[in-house]
Write a protein that binds this ligand. Structure first.
Ligand SMILES: [Fe+2]
Length: 174
């Protein structure tokens, strides 16, 4: 007997739908987490990166609702345990007792894990939709994928062009 509850996928379409339901849950969780990340951030550019990505994430939720429509399904969520865990790690960064600059570096570390998870998930869903010949779904997923990649790149540049150095300097202060 499996330790985990098992699922049934009756078709490749059903597997795509499952991926979309997982992402729908993940994105909704993120719309609740990003304002807290923005509030915890010390660096103004990092704050605005989180706020801008919140607006994008709200658009991504709406985009997924369009995907559900194209699949002739009502929007439904499949609990995304991975995103729950990633957000929990983000909360540890938010609550950490650290210099603000070090906290910013910790927030970026958590946020980039989220972005990489999403890049993997959208990349897979897009490949499934391509294989199924669902061009409009591919287009929608690709728009979001581009946003996730851009958000990740932005976080990398904020870290490497200042925040990591400030975190190092802050650490030397004590
Ligand atoms: Fe997203």
């Amino acid at each position: 007997m499996s330790l985990f509850s098992s699922k049934t996928f009756e078709s490749f379409d059903a597997l795509l739908l499952d991926q979309i339901e997982d992402l729908y849950d993940a994105e909704q969780r993120l719309t609740k987490a990003l304002p807290k990340m923005a509030e915890a951030a010390h660096d103004m550019q990092l704050q605005s990166a989180f706020r801008e990505h919140l607006v994008e994430t709200e658009g991504q939720v709406a985009r997924l609702e369009r995907v559900f429509g194209l699949l002739n399904q009502q929007p439904a969520s499949e609990t995304c345990d991975a995103m729950k865990g990633l957000i929990k790690e983000g909360e540890k960064a938010i609550d950490a007792d650290a210099d603000p600059e070090i906290k910013d570096a910790a927030l970026i570390a958590a946020a980039q894990r989220v972005e990489h998870y999403e890049i993997a998930a959208y990349g897979t869903a897009k490949a499934f939709a391509e294989r199924l010949g669902r061009r409009e779904i591919v287009r929608l997923l690709n728009e979001t994928l581009a946003e996730e990649k851009a958000a990740d790149t932005k976080l990398t540049s904020l870290a490497e062009q200042g925040i990591n150095e400030e975190a190092l300097a802050a650490g030397g202060r004590s």
